[in-house]
Design a protein around this ligand. Structure first.
Ligand code: MEV
Length: 411
């Protein structure tokens, strides 16, 4: 008998229904619409039973380092894309958001228990650095052909623990698989040289070098001095108030992660690296805003372990197509755009908070989704939504009634 993981999608559902674990209805609902075939879906996960679709909204014309971009955002939070498009009006002055920083090398770590002879082992390993580099690179010949490869190895001892760090230029790839391949190749070799026992060999998601830095300059007269002062104040609160800083950072991630996901990048790695940046710098907030010479200036610094080839970018057709919308030349340029998206997303959240409050925009989007669910067509949706907001009633019946009145010419 086949194991569950060996079955096809329909067979898996049948198995679950037969075991009384799910009702047939669920199986039907969850296998209705795939845009990837079963083989493609199986590339991404074992035990595939369905496909999760995220809406993708477009940010049109955010300017980063003087160039305007079309940016896809995968999200199911209704206000995120609207907020980002609104932000472009404010942040696009002059060259737009200025972002600096280069794609960084990726480090891999090999941990080995060495009972004795640590000093001798360190000496021996340092003498063999070139040889070890060659062995490591032999595991990733295509990377070497593309001009990437191991930059250096470092060897450190902490008591009986030997830590070997392998720093690799992974080219345009985020590089997780490449670095894992390299360290897994090297670990047994190093274990043999030292007589030590391998604990693990894995990449580090903390990029190796200087973080990216995005800066937005918003002329105060475009938002008004009151809003600018309150944004500055709110930003200062985030410096010492962890509950507020966490929410501030969530506003950054709203946009940033949406673009990371749409371009097929690893959102969990980005989250982990951003958290690491905060810990490393002993700060709560990812962004800071202050008034300087007639501008509200926002700064966002952090690590962004992303790529433009490899992983889901190469295997997921949607990711490749979304990435192509951006017309970027390399991973560094994509990182610049992503950092700008994070800062813009944060800015528009802060502006909403200190002006109309966040609920106004949310209400509009909520009313829209209720009205669409109630069967209101796109021809009358805006009028139905406006009326729902005016009378402050947000339910399906009200949406239907307003729609009927519009059709009868009564509203
Ligand atoms: C909501 O998804 C995000 C905000 O809460 C961010 C913030 O408070 O800065 C609006």
């Amino acid at each position: 008998m086949k194991k569950f993981y060996q079955l096809g999608i329909q067979e898996r559902w049948q198995n679950l229904v037969n075991e009384g674990l799910v009702i047939p209805n669920i199986a039907q609902n969850l296998t209705r619409s795939f845009n990837l075939n079963e083989k493609q879906l199986s590339i991404f996960t074992e035990n595939v039973i369905s496909q999760f679709h995220l809406p993708v909204g477009l940010v049109k014309g955010l300017k980063v380092n003087g160039k305007k971009y079309l940016i896809p955002i995968a999200t199911y939070e209704p206000s995120v894309v609207a907020a980002l498009n609104k932000a472009t009006h404010y942040v696009n002055e002059n060259k737009g958001i200025i972002v600096t920083g280069e794609k960084l090398p990726v480090s891999g770590q090999i941990f080995i228990n060495c009972k004795d002879k640590m000093t001798v082992n360190l000496k021996r390993l340092r003498l063999k650095e070139t040889e070890l580099k060659q062995i490591g690179e032999s595991a990733v010949p295509n990377l070497v052909k593309r001009g990437g490869g191991i930059k250096r190895l470092t060897f450190n001892a902490f008591g009986e623990l030997l830590v070997v760090t392998v720093i690799t230029d992974t080219g345009e790839a985020m590089g997780a698989n490449l670095v894992d391949t390299i360290v897994e190749k090297l670990a047994p070799v190093i274990s043999k040289i030292t007589g030590g026992e391998i604990i693990s060999a894995i990449l580090s998601n903390l990029p190796s070098g200087e973080p990216f830095k995005a800066q937005a300059k918003i002329p105060i007269d475009t938002i008004g001095i009151d809003a600018a002062k309150k944004i500055e104040q709110l930003s200062n609160i985030s410096r010492f108030n962890l509950p507020r800083a966490t929410t501030n950072n969530k506003g950054v991630m709203n946009g940033l992660i949406g673009a990371v996901v749409a371009t097929g990048n690893d959102d969990r790695a980005v989250n982990a690296a951003m958290n690491a940046y905060l810990i490393e710098n002993q700060q709560y907030s990812l962004t800071f805003w202050k008034i300087l010479k007639g501008n509200l200036v926002g700064t966002f610094k952090g690590y962004l372990p992303i790529g433009t080839v490899g992983g889901a970018i190469s295997t997921h057709p949607d990711a490749r197509n979304f990435l192509s919308l951006l017309k970027i030349n390399n991973s560094t340029e994509l990182s610049h755009v992503l950092m700008a998206v994070g800062l813009s997303s944060n800015f528009s959240a802060l502006l909403a908070l200190v002006t109309n409050g966040i609920q106004e925009g949310h209400m509009r989007l909520q009313a829209k989704s209720i009205a669409l669910n109630a069967g209101v067509g796109l021809d009358s949706i805006n009028r139905v939504v406006a009326e729902m907001i005016r009378i402050k009633k947000f339910d399906t019946l009200t949406a239907r009634k307003i729609n009927e009145n519009i059709k009868k010419g009564l509203t």
